[in-house]
Unconditional design. Sequence first.
Length: 129
Amino acid sequence: MSQTVQSEYTIAMTEQAARVIREAFAAEGVDTQDGLIRVGAHPGGCSGYKYDMDFTESSAVQPTDRVFESQGIRIVVDATCLNEVLGSVEIDYQRGSMIESGFTFRQLTSGAQCGCGESFTPLKETRQA
């Protein structure tokens, strides 16, 4: 896995989020040495972008990706997305009703997240303002 693209930003995970991911890996029979979580973003939501998160394998990591480890879970993100859209992010998991449970993302860099927490303004736009 290449980590040649440097960044001042990081992607971290709370213990609660890591526990849920480990449970999902176990349920799917995914080896934590080969499985990673890919984090990204796509246009949408009231603030411009929405977070993406999915499972991926070590073989899918590209030379332009950055790989982080947090709470024993490896997280991969495209370096351009990290540096221009996301910035530093913490992933958590909130338990609640069936509708309210799920992964949440907290921007640690720009703080340009909408009130509902579902979307955010990309980092490159907050730096220009």
